[in-house]
Design a protein around this ligand. Structure first.
Ligand SMILES: [Zn+2]
Length: 245
């Protein structure tokens, strides 16, 4: 039976001379794996619309262990006209992160919407640290890793300004865990805003660069501590800034 879904290609690799194998974050079926026969033939309509960072309407047929893309109509191709190395590296990290955390073969519209919004703002050239922090924090909260930013466990609300990325909790000066990072009031407020605002508003704030860097640092520590794994695309993204003069 044929199925239709909208989805963003989050991973691609080529097989043989003409075929492509893709991982797609779809609206109605979450993360699926699919093959695209003949995708790389020059005149294939499915070629551009099944590349990494393409968002397309896909007609799918369920195969034995994966789907087969019957046709793909492009809706939008992110960075089709290029982008900076940093922008594209960050977009690839988002793809790897969402592919790892979004549900498999079940409804995932909020995940897809968050990823599309993040890529849209990234392509527009907005502050990368802010987009990255929001994408990470919102994704983790959606996937069941919601940090508790209310008060320290001793009950102390005021002055509890250390964030423990391992436990996802706040600590005061007396109770904080060793690996905690300090949050200034500005960064703390931004973090709460990101986690509590509605989907349509979560990117809509401005921060000075230093606060934005601190927010992104706390968000990334939270991701890597909670998931206890490495992301090659994230390491590559950070390696880029080491070569700037
Ligand atoms: Zn305390």
């Amino acid at each position: 039976m044929g199925l239709t879904a909208k989805g963003l290609i989050v991973r691609e690799h080529n097989i043989g001379e003409a075929d492509r194998f893709v991982t797609v974050l779809t609206d109605t079926m979450g993360v699926i794996r699919a093959s695209v026969r003949g995708a790389r033939r020059v005149n294939s309509r499915a070629n551009a619309s099944t590349r990494l960072l393409s968002y397309a309407t896909l007609s799918l047929v369920r195969g034995r262990d994966k789907f087969i893309v019957d046709s793909a109509v492009p809706e939008r191709v992110f960075f089709a006209t290029g982008g900076s190395v940093e922008q594209i590296a960050l977009a690839q990290y988002f793809c790897e992160l969402f592919a790892a955390l979004a549900p498999r073969e079940e409804e995932a519209t909020p995940y897809l919407r968050l990823l599309l919004n993040a890529l849209h703002l990234l392509e527009k050239g907005e502050q990368r640290d802010r987009i990255k922090a929001v994408a990470e924090l919102r994704l983790l909260a959606m996937a069941g890793y919601m940090p508790d930013l209310h008060a320290c466990r001793c009950g102390k609300g005021e002055g509890a300004r250390w964030f423990d990325p391992l436990q996802g909790v706040l600590g005061c000066d007396a109770c904080r865990a060793a690996a905690s990072v300090p949050l200034t009031p500005t960064v703390y407020d931004a973090m709460r805003f990101v986690l509590q605002s509605p989907d349509s508003k979560c990117f809509a704030f401005r921060l000075p660069d230093d606060a934005c860097i601190a927010l992104a640092d706390a968000a990334e520590r939270f991701v890597t501590a909670q998931l206890s794994r490495r992301f090659q695309t994230l390491e590559f993204y950070h390696s880029l800034s080491e070569f700037q003069f």
